[in-house]
Design a protein around this ligand. Structure first.
Ligand code: DGY
Length: 329
């Protein structure tokens, strides 16, 4: 029997890729960079499945190019803002993602960014490598204390809670903002308070963003909300770049409206090498690597393969973001 044809927009770790190869006739884009739009539209023609990375936009045009054979889209990420979910749902195509397995790895990295910004670790390393370290100095590279400080968490889902859990070890006070603000047993257990966004921004020493990107969260951190933050505040973003207005952030950091930012995600992504943000000392920018541990990327690969294969078999995806597609069964 012939194997189902799928397009994989870039190689994922072998744990998942081997499963895909075993079950499918897989066309795997070999590049380190994502396929161009033209290539993507060409390569998906007639496929039954697409295994996508967050770097490829899978919209209605791509789904139309794939055609009526398309049975499943499996995204190698927990976030799925690169996929037009309503279009997939209209077409009856289930979309899979990889929740859960990257929670701790991502929260670890968000906390690492918080610490690196608070204690100016990257600046210190650059200073030392530049041969500037001449002596111990009473006011050399002073930073912010983490222990006992207030952490404001925007978005209290899995990763937001993971951040709160880590902050417990530093006796931090935890405020969180979540659009529904319904009673949360974990928040109650650790004494975290749900507050409105203004209060969170006004009171927090550290503000960490953990919301998905959608119409409600686009530019949630903007010129106005940045002005609500303390002048020493540190902003951490490991969610999605467009949740923060980059231009407004640049101006806020430049004019010391806030103290520091530590970003794993940017808008645009990648940030252009000559972007003015990169000229500032009070910002750390990592290339979207918060989930990048060997183990986690392996688990994400397996989950993405499982979602893909389930969809090709006509089974329910183990992790489906648009389960409405099953309602008419
Ligand atoms: C995700 O999964 O959405 C991250 O941004 C990448 O792991």
């Amino acid at each position: 029997m012939s194997k189902p044809k799928v397009f994989v927009t870039r190689p994922i770790l072998a744990a998942g890729l081997d499963m895909v190869r075993d079950f499918c006739e897989a066309d795997i884009w070999p590049g380190e960079l994502p396929p161009s739009r033209e290539v993507l539209l060409e390569r998906v023609k007639g496929v039954e499945g697409i295994l996508s990375l967050l770097t490829s936009k899978i919209d209605n045009e791509v789904m139309a190019a794939a055609g009526t054979n398309l049975k499943v889209i499996s995204n190698y990420a927990v976030g799925y803002d690169n996929i037009d979910i309503p279009a997939a749902t209209r077409r009856g195509v289930p979309v899979g993602n990889t929740p859960g397995v990257l929670t701790d790895t991502t929260a670890d990295f968000a906390f690492a960014l918080l610490m690196a910004a608070a204690r100016r670790v990257v600046e210190a390393d650059i200073y030392t490598r530049a041969g500037k370290w001449q002596t111990w100095g009473p006011s050399l590279l002073l930073g912010q204390d983490i222990t006992g400080a207030t952490l404001g968490i925007i978005g209290f889902g899995r990763i937001g809670k993971g951040m709160a859990k880590r902050a417990q070890g530093f006796d931090m006070q935890i405020l969180y903002y979540s659009c529904d603000c319904k009673p949360d047993p974990y928040a109650a257990e650790i004494g975290a308070r749900c507050v409105d966004l203004t209060m969170l921004l006004e009171r927090s020493d550290f503000v960490s963003v953990h919301v998905p990107l959608n119409d409600q969260t686009h530019h949630l951190i903007n010129k106005e909300t940045l002005r609500m933050m303390k002048p020493t505040a540190v902003l951490i973003n490991t969610a999605r770049g467009p949740v923060v207005d980059t231009e407004a952030l640049y101006e806020a950091l430049r004019d010391q409206v806030i103290g520091y930012a530590a970003l794993d995600v940017t808008d645009p992504e990648p940030i252009l090498a000559d972007h003015p943000l990169l000229k500032l000392d009070n910002v750390i920018i990592a290339p979207h690597i918060a989930s990048a541990s060997y183990a986690t990327r392996g688990k994400m690969a397996t989950m993405a393969a499982e979602n893909l294969i389930a969809g090709l078999k006509g089974e329910h995806l183990p992790n489906c973001v648009n389960p409405q597609v099953y309602e008419t069964e």
